[in-house]
Design a protein around this ligand. Structure first.
Ligand code: DC
Length: 239
């Protein structure tokens, strides 16, 4: 053997809510032996911290200051659970379950449109991915956070399929809002995420588009893993 092994890729997986990103990225990271960073958790943590501090999500100036303070103090930490899955700590407290609340997802979508919030969370995301061998999942990873990521995937699905999946998730948690209401929420969240002036949700020109509407989770995972393996081979100079 001569020389050092090449750096492993940064894998950027972006896409709208309900495309299956959480399930898929967890399995992709496990199959590749990469670290997983779900960046939505950062925006969710800011929304939760605001709620706890009594700051309305729509108060852009106050939410921006809060995010900057949180980032400076290193108040958000990622960890892994021994039984698998991610753990997120806010001020040392495990808030993983709270962050998954539907309302906190809404709040995350609102605070993530504030430029100062995005700015505050940028370095955190970049340092998490810097070493390579990482899957980062979000909305703007391939366009803003890691525009030079070696592997980029844009994972999407039709509105109807995404709404049905979301509805199923809620039903499993014992909530059963009408499907039409879930579809309205999905479309509204996408509209907000894609039309904000800073770092809107969009496919990077060099991203592989994967539409999961008619694919099983296994098929989606296999397609992405194969793509990353190809990038790894090429970085080693293999065909
Ligand atoms: O993926 P998620 O549902 O945990 O994300 C919650 C919200 O956070 C989403 O509506 C938009 C925002 N977000 C973002 O703007 N940029 C990211 N990289 C990740 C999430």
């Amino acid at each position: 053997m001569t020389g050092r092994a090449p750096r492993r890729p940064v894998v950027a997986i972006d896409g709208p809510a309900g495309a299956g990103k959480t399930t898929v990225t967890r399995r992709v990271a496990a199959a590749l032996g990469y670290v997983l960073v779900g960046t939505g958790a950062l925006y969710r943590a800011v929304a939760l911290a605001a709620e706890r501090a009594g700051i309305p999500w729509t108060d852009a100036a106050a939410v921006g200051r809060l995010a900057a303070t949180i980032a400076e103090r290193g108040a958000i930490e990622f960890g892994a659970r021994p039984e698998g899955g991610e753990r997120v700590l806010l001020e040392g407290e495990d808030v993983s379950a709270e962050l998954r609340r539907e309302r906190i997802g809404e709040g995350a979508s609102v605070v993530s449109a504030v430029p100062a919030v995005r700015e505050a969370l940028l370095d955190l995301q970049r340092s998490a991915g810097r070493g390579g061998g990482v899957v980062l999942e979000g909305r703007d990873i391939g366009t803003v956070v890691f525009p030079d990521a070696e592997a980029k995937i844009f994972l999407t699905a039709s509105d109807a399929v995404r709404a049905r999946r979301r509805w199923q998730e809620l039903a499993e948690r014992g909530q059963a809002p009408p499907l039409e209401a879930v579809l309205r929420d999905v479309v509204e969240r996408d509209r907000r995420d894609s039309t904000r002036p800073v770092a809107p949700l969009r496919q990077a020109p060099d991203a592989l588009l994967v539409d999961s509407s008619e694919l099983s989770v296994d098929e989606v995972v296999a397609r992405i893993v194969e793509h990353v393996r190809g990038v790894e081979r090429r970085s080693r100079g293999e065909p």
